[in-house]
Design a protein. Structure first.
Length: 234
């Protein structure tokens, strides 16, 4: 089985700080034949190369807001909790995944930090900065997506349209130059992206939460990419 490094967050439980990873990510990866290893956000960014080198790929998961200083913006009044240490290690892991040609699957916050890592910006709060007919914060809601044809996403999910869940108040504002948008909500918000040029590692970044929907296609596609990628250094 392939092994992927999966980013995690910090939570306080019973007065103790703990590294936390939603089990939905782990179950979805295991169902696809991928062993998930949690990456503590306490990891020194200088050790990103060592952490990733023995493994086959990287999963960037949901969680806190990305600190706006990372893309040159002042904090919005509705900015949520941020974690500077998590931002730092994930930015370093993204650089290393590209350098080591490791496949990347980015989910929710994952697409946001990936976009920032590559030079893009974010809406810090959709309701106030980009109001529209879709309530992207509705944890129980679903909305339609249009998927661009002839893209890695379309090939992976095998569909031109999707119905997805929504659980976020931040999203891509300015798309990074090295990315291309591959799916949009009905209000025009970018909901998926991938690398725009050949020569980059396999990468899919989505704004929704496929692990909660048990949307197997994305995880199966990631597993296939891990199997095809150059062997990890052991």
């Amino acid at each position: 089985m392939s092994v992927a490094l999966v980013t995690a967050t910090l939570r306080t439980d019973g007065g103790r700080e703990r590294v936390a990873l939603n089990t939905a990510y782990a179950r979805a990866l295991l169902r696809a034949g991928v062993i998930p290893l949690a990456a503590a956000p306490l990891l020194d960014p200088g050790h990103a190369a060592e952490a990733l080198r023995p493994l086959d790929g990287l999963v960037l998961t949901g969680g806190e807001d990305v600190a706006p200083a990372r893309y040159g913006a002042a904090p919005h009044p509705a900015l949520g909790e941020v974690d500077a240490a998590r931002d730092a290690i994930e930015l370093a892991l993204i650089r290393e995944a590209r350098a080591q040609a490791k496949p990347i699957l980015a989910i929710c916050r994952g697409i946001q930090i990936l976009n920032v890592a590559l030079g893009g910006t974010l809406y810090q709060d959709l309701p106030s900065e980009r109001p529209g007919p879709v309530d992207h914060r509705d944890e129980r809601g679903r909305h339609a997506l249009r998927v661009a044809p002839d893209t890695l996403l379309a090939e992976t999910v095998g569909a031109a349209a999707l119905i997805v869940n929504s659980r976020h108040h931040q999203a891509i504002r300015d798309l990074a130059p090295s990315l291309v948008a591959t799916a949009w909500a009905d209000d025009g918000l970018i909901e998926a992206a991938e690398f725009a040029t050949p020569g980059e590692p396999w990468m899919l970044a989505v704004q929704w939460h496929p692990e909660d929907l048990t949307e197997a296609a994305l995880f199966a596609g990631f597993a296939r990419a891990l199997a095809r990628a150059p062997a990890a250094a052991r």
